[in-house]
Design a binder for this molecule. Structure first.
Ligand SMILES: [Zn+2]
Ligand SMILES: [Zn+2]
Length: 127
């Protein structure tokens, strides 16, 4: 069982299984919300259980998806497509990331101009 939390600890969760592959998103929305790029793993919604979620708020970020964040500390924690049984979880919110590795970069056409992406990891123009 993996555990994770927001920075202030008011949103806490456990998840029985996550994808080992982490995706870094360079889209403008992730950059604005996170301050840089946003890296996530994915879990089945049924494998995720909240231990504490009273400050978890959902932001309707587009007509297709919503994002979950802590309204006390502002941590960006989740992204979920409408009516989908998978949920993206911020890799940075997990307490133990030893089994995870960054395997791809997406929306690189929208990336900031102030950094380069390391060579060797696959890059995709969009999703
Ligand atoms: Zn918090
Ligand atoms: Zn993004």
């Amino acid at each position: 069982m993996l555990t994770g939390r927001c920075e202030c600890g008011t949103v806490k969760f456990e998840v029985s299984k996550v994808r080992n592959a982490v995706t870094a998103c360079h889209c403008s929305q992730c950059r604005r919300l996170s301050g840089h790029i946003w890296a996530t793993t994915v879990a089945q919604l049924g494998d995720l259980r909240f231990l504490s979620d009273k400050t978890l708020k959902w932001y309707r970020s587009s007509s297709k998806a919503k994002r979950g964040f802590c309204n006390t500390c502002g941590a960006n924690l989740f992204w979920q497509l409408n009516d989908n049984d998978e949920i993206s979880i911020a890799a940075g919110s997990l307490d133990d990331t030893s089994g995870l590795s960054l395997t791809k970069h997406i929306f690189v056409k929208d990336k900031g101009q102030y950094y380069d992406i390391e060579k060797g990891t696959p890059q995709f123009e969009a999703f």
